[in-house]
Ligand binder design. Sequence first.
Ligand SMILES: [Mn+2]
Length: 239
Amino acid sequence: MLWATSDLHGYDLSAFQRFLKSSGFQTGDHLYIIGDVIDRNGDGGVEMLEWILNTDWVTLIMGNHEAMMLECSFLFARPMSMEELGELDPEQEAQLMRWFQNGSAVTIDSLMNMRLNRPRMFERIQDMVREAPLYMEVETEERKLFLVHGGLDRFSPDRAPDSYSLRELVWTRPEVTDRYWEDRLVILGHTPTRYYGEHGQMFRTDTWLDIDTGAAGGGHPMLLRLDDLKPFYVDNKDL
Ligand SMILES: [Mn+2]
């Protein structure tokens, strides 16, 4: 079976592993994490990144938070004093400010620690995120699926998937009336489903399905079994 989740945002790793198990995830299955492992809660998702790196049945797809982390890699190039932070060029300052406003403090703290104490693991994690795909095309017995963090901004059925920029894929938020392909379903996160009037559940239109159930704001992630589009939600036994 193939599974997807997204927008974990520092969700507790052990709780997530219990949730996987109680949902029926089995040896031989594969999990796609459709972006935004990091920032906002807990250790900022750094332990989760290490688990993804060490687990060959998990694939990370790029989210806008991972993209912000990569933009700010100058932060980790060498130890920086507060004075040096005050001397960043305006572009770096804007990038850091944006990441900071998006809940990066916990992540920066964990990453600084790891860079100091486990520099090799720090580098391997940075490389993994740098190499994360912007989208993935997956096929099940039932249908073709397109996994992407935000959606497809300025969509046209005639545009090739690889013609979309990072910005168009990880930062966009589809309106309810937006339509994508007729012959493949887009699975996305990034926009909490409450934005579409759902609370803690997935939101589906004809051509796309949003699985961001709001772990960013202290809620729980969900799992989608891609083979039959069956949703799984965290309940008390997983906590
Ligand atoms: Mn996002």
